[in-house]
Design a binder for this molecule. Structure first.
Ligand code: 5GP
Ligand code: MG
Length: 179
């Protein structure tokens, strides 16, 4: 696996420090919120970030999984599709969406629209990475780990053809692997 990584963009210790800082920001935001916090991770890219983040959050939470297809390495130009919706009632609950990366915003636009329709008390979004190049005006994250350049990254939950999610750093693949 290591041989496929061209360069490390964000090393694991830097990720760990920032995730802990993000957890502090999130904990402050929800400090006066009593009960009813629901974390909605967007599968599968968010799994490692989610696991690290929530262990620093010192309040009770429910976790409701959501799955969105992206078609990213299949058909270009296809909109994302909802494959699995959350199964618990979100009305009057405080919902925090957790995702790996905000790029064009198409995925999170779909997710936020879907969740807003269920009338939560509040709806916020935490993303580990944001690519500023295409940053959409209408999809804004409340908590952002890192702004990155417009390169395709893998590791720490992010995949290429379902591989490399378990790579502990965030890195860029060797270009010949894309062709
Ligand atoms: P968007 O819909 O904002 O364009 O892209 C969001 C989704 O596309 C992410 O949840 C992620 O699954 C995928 N994605 C976007 N950029 C990257 C990237 O650089 N690396 C990987 N592995 N996935 C990405
Ligand atoms: Mg994703």
């Amino acid at each position: 696996m290591e041989a496929d990584i061209e360069r490390i963009l964000i090393p694991r210790d830097v990720i760990a420090t920032r995730v802990r800082e993000m957890a502090s920001e999130i904990a402050r935001t929800y400090a006066n919120t009593l009960g009813g916090i629901v974390i909605v991770p967007v599968l599968a890219g968010s799994i490692i970030f989610l696991a690290d983040l929530i262990r620093w959050l010192p309040f009770k939470m429910r976790i409701a999984l959501m799955t969105v297809s992206s078609y990213r390495d299949k058909t270009v130009g296809q909109p994302p599709r909802l494959l699995q919706d959350v199964s618990i009632d979100l009305r009057d609950r405080h919902v925090l969406v957790v995702d790996d990366i905000l790029d064009t915003g198409n995925t999170l636009r779909l997710v936020m629209g879907q969740l807003a329709a269920r009338q939560p008390a509040s709806l916020r979004m935490a993303v580990l990475l944001r690519k500023t190049a295409k940053a959409p005006r209408d999809v804004k994250a409340d908590f952002i780990g890192f702004d990155i350049e417009d390169v395709f990254v893998v590791g720490y939950g992010l995949d290429f053809k379902d591989l490399y999610r378990n790579w502990p750093d965030i890195g860029v693949l060797r270009p010949e692997l894309y062709s």
